[in-house]
Ligand binder design. Structure first.
Ligand code: NAP
Length: 294
């Protein structure tokens, strides 16, 4: 699985907030890189740095040893992997890795279809946000067989620092759902705490210093807290993607007859924000809900 550069040839499909940075690290480390994205203009920066463009996901796959997808929704993943011009039908005994946050059931189906076509497959969603992607410090939670994981590890290490093999196909996505359930209640707590501080007239920047280093500290408070205080609601992570994740998590929980009141409340609040046209803001815009009631 090597090329002239002695590193595996990587195909990267999905060059949004996350994929753009992740693909950039692979290129910077010397992997021959072929890219595709629905809107071609997002590939311009990578092409300028030496990546090759291909016109379809299948054309990317045909010239890659490792194909990585970082798309928006499960429906995008299904189309890119299983469509006629897709990855599974056109790859040549490749390792296929879906890093999109998607459903565990789809991950299992993709692994089965990939195996039938002679490929290895992994589900490998990530956590760490836009900052983690930019700094190549993502947590990557992986589902699939051990041989595929061993092959993927050197490539995943270009993008992340905490890479954990969680089990068979779908286990990576289940792990990501657990992650999103934790975040759902955490971001509500951060927004409530900051709303309280504003109502009490505290200096919010000093407040972040005071509580960010204590037991309340963490990514949601320490990274998104300062954006909230500055009134910066631009997306690191889209509200509409978080709603997608909460939908998957709550469906899985229902199937397991598990009630998750925190995740249910977060979905309700975010649904109201998205209904008010805020679905393309970042998840920290939940703060606006606490300040204005929507
Ligand atoms: P994004 O900016 O919307 O990126 C998704 C990219 O996939 C877009 O560039 C989109 O193209 C492309 N795409 C979608 N469908 C496609 C298709 N059929 N063919 C080719 N390209 C297609 O989203 P993101 O923030 O990077 O997130 C990507 C995934 O990671 C999501 O599942 C998200 O839930 C998850 N995630 C995000 C974060 C975060 O902090 N942002 C953290 C962890 C996990 P267009 O340019 O045409 O829209």
């Amino acid at each position: 699985m090597t090329s002239a550069s002695s590193l595996p040839r990587v195909g990267f499909i999905g060059l949004g907030i996350m994929g753009q940075s992740m693909a950039g690290h692979l290129l910077a480390q010397g992997h021959p890189l072929t890219v595709y994205n629905r809107s071609r203009e997002k590939a311009a920066g990578l092409i300028g740095r030496g990546a090759r463009w291909a016109d379809t996901p299948g054309a990317v796959a045909a010239q890659s040893d490792v194909v990585i997808t970082m798309l928006g929704y499960p429906s995008d993943v299904e189309q890119v992997w299983l469509g006629a011009d897709g990855v599974v039908a056109n790859a040549r005994q490749a390792l296929l890795i879906d890093m999109t946050t998607s459903s565990p059931a789809l991950a299992q189906r993709l692994a089965a279809e990939a195996a039938k076509a002679g490929h290895m497959a992994l589900d490998a969603p990530v956590s760490g946000g836009d900052v983690g992607a930019r700094e190549a410090k993502l947590s990557i939670m992986v589902g699939g067989n051990a041989a595929a994981f061993a092959t993927a590890l050197p490539v995943l290490q270009r993008m992340g620092t905490n890479i954990v093999h969680m089990g068979e196909a779908g286990a990576g996505q289940h792990t990501k759902m657990s992650n999103q359930i934790v975040i759902a209640s955490t971001i509500m707590g951060v927004c409530e705490g900051l709303a309280y501080a504003r109502a009490a007239g505290l200096d919010e920047t000093v407040l972040l210093q005071a509580i960010g280093g204590g037991a309340a500290g963490g990514f949601q408070l320490n990274v998104l807290g300062p954006r909230i205080v500055k009134g910066d609601f631009a997306p690191g992570f889209f509200i509409e993607h978080f709603l997608k994740d909460l939908g998957i998590a709550l469906t899985e929980a229902d199937r397991m007859q598990l009630d998750l009141p925190g995740a249910r409340l977060a979905r309700q609040l975010y649904t109201e924000l998205a209904g008010g046209g805020k679905g393309r803001l970042g998840t920290q815009a939940l703060f606006q809900h606490y300040m204005t009631g929507a």
